[in-house]
Write a protein that binds this ligand. Structure first.
Ligand code: ADP
Ligand code: MG
Ligand code: ZN
Length: 490
């Protein structure tokens, strides 16, 4: 049996969150929510004689991405017409960078499951425009009719295509790469990363070659994968399918394949066109776009600190574990919230623990993002301070945080109002222990007789007597002393 090595390269399309479209002044609107064909004009409807104008902000956004992905930004940019006929493309050509894209020769390091990292080369980043959106109806649809609806709201929305070299070797690597690109686009504030709405689209190109050989085999390209799960599953399916094709002695056909969500299989959509079929030629209505060194430097200077750099800094500057640093930097808003706690005087490690172990579960439970919660960075610092100073114990701390979460009150105010302050005074706790021992003579006798496990019982009783407010460390120490004294006296 021949074994095969999967060869995978990803094409990622990301709509840019600019205010207006790539070549006209129409607004970029939500493709699901906005009424169809309400954000359109003669330019993006492809009326004859209309002239495109390049959106400067879209170029800036594209440059942000190119720089964040370690690409060389090109000074001389050209848009070309990619010609093909389809009802979602009213001009019958798409304006797209072809020979001279904005970014070349980038790379991105991805983390693999075994803890190592791998560099994936990025071939190019180029600007283009999105097409309209087609909705196919059947008799079961709301309109009870067959047919296809066309919405041109999306026509002309700035689109960035990020093309990797075929350096990826498995569905898991493909996923790690796509997840990281999405994370960076979100850090850069250029894309929401919404796969379901198609704002962020991942298309893997997949081929196999006999293990140990170097030439690439024929590839297929997978489309309409609307989640990361489907990216991994679809890629795995395609690897298995191609393996079976090759094992049977047949050839893989170069084609575009779709993902059938219900059947969980890929199916042939169309034979792959060659680039020549599109008859690309430079757009005559747009002058070359010149990008100056000054503009590049300005965009570079405006880039936020990116996730990888943050992880390194959180580990060295704050002494956090790799895991904690990773979790706290997954989203820029969370990382910034964490950094605000440090600015407010928080201790990095305990704050990280409280965020990861408690705050995130409350956010999940209440389905709120970090931007929506009532707890402020300074508020969490206040709570963690009370626990560290042992004003309240850990368990009370969790309850107080839940209360802060739902009421927006400060920790100290909740502790004062509800009398939650911890009892760590030796004499008060000694009295409670004496009471518990007096109330449970049988258990005490059993303990003295050798049932050591009963110590946990006494501990629980004392904590209950204090309504959970006793300092467990103090109870532990004083209880050990009291029990030892009883044993010695017996
Ligand atoms: P096109 O634009 O026609 O889809 P490209 O040459 O731009 O073709 O390649 C698109 C993607 O396919 C790139 O990510 C590239 O890495 C990948 N790719 C190219 N050849 C192969 C192959 N034989 N197997 C898997 N991926 C490939
Ligand atoms: Mg392609
Ligand atoms: Zn328009």
């Amino acid at each position: 049996m021949t074994t095969y090595e999967p060869i995978i390269g990803l094409e990622i399309h990301a709509e840019l969150m600019t205010n207006s479209k790539m070549f006209c002044r129409c607004k970029v609107v939500d493709s699901v929510e906005a009424p169809p064909n309400t954000a359109v004009c003669p330019v993006c409807l492809g009326m004859p004689g209309m002239l495109p104008v390049i959106n400067r902000r879209a170029v800036t956004f594209s440059m942000r991405v190119a720089l964040a992905l370690n690409c060389e930004v090109q000074h001389h940019n050209i848009f070309a017409r990619k010609n093909y006929f389809y009802p979602d493309l009213p001009k019958a050509y798409q304006l797209s960078q072809y020979e001279l894209p904005i970014g070349l020769h980038g790379w991105l390091d991805i983390d693999l499951e075994d803890g190592t990292s791998k560099r994936i080369r990025i071939r190019r980043v180029h600007m283009e425009e999105d097409t309209g959106k087609l909705t196919h109806l059947d008799r079961t649809s709301d309109l009870s009719e067959e047919g296809t609806l066309v919405d041109y709201n999306r026509s002309g929305v700035p689109l960035l295509e990020i093309v990797s070299e075929p350096d990826i070797r498995s569905g898991e690597e493909a996923r790690a790469y796509a997840v990281k690109i999405r994370q960076i686009l979100r850090y850069l504030d250029v894309n929401t990363g919404d796969l379901e709405k198609g704002v962020f689209r991942v298309e893997p190109n997949i081929s196999l070659r006999p293990s140990g050989t170097t030439a690439f085999g024929k590839r297929t390209e997978l489309k309409n994968l609307n989640s990361f799960r489907v990216l991994t599953d679809g890629t795995a399916f395609e690897i298995a399918r191609q393996t079976a094709v090759l094992d049977s002695g047949a050839q893989v056909i170069q084609e575009t394949r779709g993902w059938h969500d219900a059947k969980r299989i890929t199916f042939s959509q169309r034979r792959k066109e060659e680039a020549e079929d599109y008859r690309y030629f430079p757009e005559p209505d747009l002058p070359p776009l010149a990008i100056s060194d000054e503009w590049i430097a300005e965009v570079k200077a405006s880039l936020p600190e990116l996730p990888d750099a943050k992880v390194v800094r959180y580990r060295s500057e704050f002494g956090l574990s790799a895991y904690d640093a990773q979790v706290l930097t997954e989203e820029r808003a969370v990382a910034e919230w964490f950094e605000a706690t440090i600015d407010a005087g928080g201790e990095p490690k305990p704050i990280a623990n409280w965020m990861i172990n408690n705050l995130f579960s409350l956010m999940n439970e209440h389905k709120q993002s970090i931007d929506e919660i009532e707890v402020t960075p300074a508020g969490l610092v206040g709570l963690v301070g009370l626990v560290e100073k042992r004003t309240i114990n850990n368990n009370t701390g969790k309850e107080v945080l839940a209360e802060m979460f739902s009421t927006g009150q400060q920790a100290q105010a909740i502790v004062d109002a509800q009398g939650l302050a911890q009892i760590s005074d030796d004499s008060a706790i000694t009295a409670m222990i004496a009471q518990v021992l007096a109330d449970n003579p049988d258990k005490l006798a059993a303990y003295v007789g050798g049932k050591d496990k009963l110590r946990g019982f006494f501990m629980g009783q004392v904590m209950q007597k204090s309504q959970g407010k006793a300092d467990p460390a103090v109870v532990n120490r004083l209880l050990a002393e009291a029990l030892a004294a009883r044993k010695a006296a017996a």
